[in-house]
Design a binder for this molecule. Sequence first.
Ligand code: XMP
Length: 326
Amino acid sequence: MQSNVRPESMQRITTPELAAAFIDEQVKEIREQVGDKKALLALSGGVDSSVVAALMIKAIGKQLVCVHVNHGLMRKGESEQVIEIFGKELDANLVYVDASDRFLDLLKDVSDPEKKRKIIGGEFIKVFDEEASKLEGISFLAQGTIYPDIIESHGVKAHHNVGGLPEDMQFELVEPVKLLYKDEVRVVGEALGLPHAMVYRQPFPGPGLGVRCLGAITRDRLEALREADAILREEFDNSGLAEKVWQYFIAVPDFKSVGVKDGKRYEGWPAIIRAVNTTDAMTATIEEIPYELLHLITDRITHEVDGINRVLLDLTPKPIGTIEWE
Ligand code: XMP
């Protein structure tokens, strides 16, 4: 078994060749560790869990059971992508759970950000646990732990993470990328044939759109947020900004302003654009967005998204503003 310390001599994985060698070595190790038993993985569709899934599927095929919990707070198209890539293309043993109603019912009328996080985190564990207990003969739990999670175990991901699992689960862990840095996980992911967009996906908080649909979440405002966010992402992709900006998203607060549409009074929510650059998420700077692009995004969001009547730009660096609004 690997230790939790990356040896000084370990080469940084920067090329497809180095990634291929890493993959061969891990496939062998995973096969040795798991044997003919079964492993379980919570597959969020994020970079780390996706790469671990692809690696494990290569090593043990259908002995890996992937569980994807859709908490109803995913971005547009994300759960569909997980089903497409893992369920169809990689022919994985994938359990898809649409738990949207459970989460949204529990979150109804809850406006306190920490309460929202606790509900989402707690319910995630419950749903995952329920699915796990339906499965027979699981001996291993695969996890997308990466090296920064180990060395910064007091850091952002650890105390934020929704993917935390019940402590009483009696599984042995399989953590094939735990000595890798994020950039290496991405190189390995591409070598495994995962789509570029999945491997280079921007960070997305575990509670998902739940912390961007500010205050008490309603289904209509959540839907408006999801559509506006999809437009922002599309335009960042088209303009090349997606490659330059670390994290960019929309937040939608729970108040309305007056507007006018088709000659009639039109009350709607504002969509707030946040686009930041950072290396460690502890501090962040504001990325310049060309005005032309801002106008285009504003035009599309206000015309294409039901319920939004203004677009605002958040110019606050961290500190003082955190990256997320909640
Ligand atoms: P803040 O808002 O604290 O965010 O400046 C720093 C980074 O952490 C992400 N973040 C989260 N990630 N669960 C997560 O997994 C969370 O609850 C959470 N809250 C914030 C945020 O997106 C940013 O990248």
